[in-house]
Design a protein around this ligand. Structure first.
Ligand SMILES: NC(=O)c1ccc[n+]([C@@H]2O[C@H](COP(=O)([O-])OP(=O)(O)OC[C@H]3O[C@@H](n4cnc5c(N)ncnc54)[C@H](O)[C@@H]3O)[C@@H](O)[C@H]2O)c1
Length: 329
């Protein structure tokens, strides 16, 4: 297929580009590089440094490359920042998606895979979280994505030829198995890279927020899905879409690891002692979050291949230890 990847220079998008090419698809990237890295995209891939708001340009790119489907990763992702600057998030994540949809409509592109998030569930009533669990996001980031899910539902209702799959990711983790690309957010708010920065001395210590949660070791439990498994779900989802479909799937591995378990695993992988500071719980951090991904396993045959946390952390360590300054090295 001819696929446009928005946000293709970001952490997840760059892995999508790599695996789409490997699967034989023709890929074009649109990324304004506000947080992405040009070096993470192979030079032979057509690259447009444009924003989601550049509607005419996107329409022209979609037409020029005879695009058949779009994978939409481009967004801002910092929960804390979204609380301080909500409009920035609604403009980029929500209005940005509308701009993309208008361009797709103009160019007659009918298939979309959208990066949604577990943050659309907020603090869940039940675990494992299933797709029909109540969605009640507790921050503007989660709401900026949740609104897009509704916009997509309405778009399908108005155009029976259009179809989409919204994939609600839990914690995405790890790096390409060949070590060529990895996670490089600035600032970095995700646990695994921050643990690894502490292991390599780039960060003084790792803060563990809360040790008195009702979990076996008192620290929070989260579901970590390996990046290449996450991307394989996108490829399956795009291939399976039929006109008029509105699909929603959770992407997690169906069980979680505690922060303490993550630290132990990282110490084993890095063969180092990681400096830790224990602090208070953070507001809005539920004790346990993990997904049921039974629906996508049943309907699309998706099966995560890498679920051992040491193995996942080892792929990240392979990247971070060789790129201590991200793509600047
Ligand atoms: N990383 C996670 O664990 C996680 C979890 C749930 C959902 N997601 C979603 O996955 C997607 C990708 O996340 P990521 O971790 O790769 O983030 P990232 O910041 O690494 O990548 C986002 C990319 O989008 C680009 N971008 C942002 N706004 C743009 C705009 N207006 N026009 C063009 N390009 C723009 C950035 O330059 C960057 O390359 C996001 O939509 C995010 O909400 C990520």
């Amino acid at each position: 297929m001819n696929i446009l990847v928005t946000g293709g220079a970001g952490y997840i998008g760059s892995h999508a580009v790599k695996l789409l090419l490997r699967a034989g698809h023709r890929v074009v990237v649109l990324d304004n590089l506000c947080t992405g890295h040009r070096e993470s995209v192979p030079p032979e891939v057509p690259f447009y440094q444009n924003s989601l708001t550049d509607r005419e340009k996107i329409t022209a790119v979609l037409r020029e490359h005879k695009t058949e489907g779009v994978m939409h990763f481009a967004a801002f992702i910092e929960v804390g920042e979204s609380v301080r600057e909500p409009l920035k998030y609604f403009q980029n994540n929500t209005a940005g998606a509308v701009g993309l949809l208008l361009a797709m409509k103009e160019a007659g592109v009918k298939k979309l895979v959208f990066s949604s998030t577990a943050a659309t569930y907020g603090e869940p009533d039940e675990t494992p979280i299933v797709e029909t669990s109540r969605q009640a996001p507790i921050n503007p980031y989660g709401r900026s994505k949740w609104f897009v899910e509704w916009i997509l539902r309405d778009t399908v209702k108005s155009d029976p030829e259009f179809s989409f799959t919204a994939l609600r990711y839990f914690n995405v983790a790890g790096a390409a198995k060949d070590g060529t690309i990895g996670e490089a957010h600035h600032p970095e708010s995700h646990l695994i890279p921050n643990i690894l920065y502490a292991a390599m001395g780039k960060k003084e210590k790792i803060c563990v927020f809360g040790t008195d949660y009702p979990t076996p070791d008192g620290t929070c439990i989260r579901d970590y899905v390996y990046i290449e498994d996450l991307i394989s779900a996108h490829i399956l989802a795009m291939a399976a879409q039929k006109p008029g479909e509105a699909n929603f799937y959770n992407l997690g591995i169906g069980h979680g690891y505690s922060v303490r378990e993550m630290l132990d695993a990282a110490e084993k992988v890095t063969k180092s002692s990681i400096p830790i500071e224990y602090g208070e719980r953070r507001a809005g951090d539920p004790a346990v979050l993990y997904a049921s991904s039974g629906k996508i396993q049943q309907e699309l045959g998706w099966k995560p291949q890498v679920t051992d946390i040491e193995e996942i952390i080892a792929t990240a360590w392979n990247w971070h230890s060789r790129h201590p300054n991200g793509y600047a090295v």
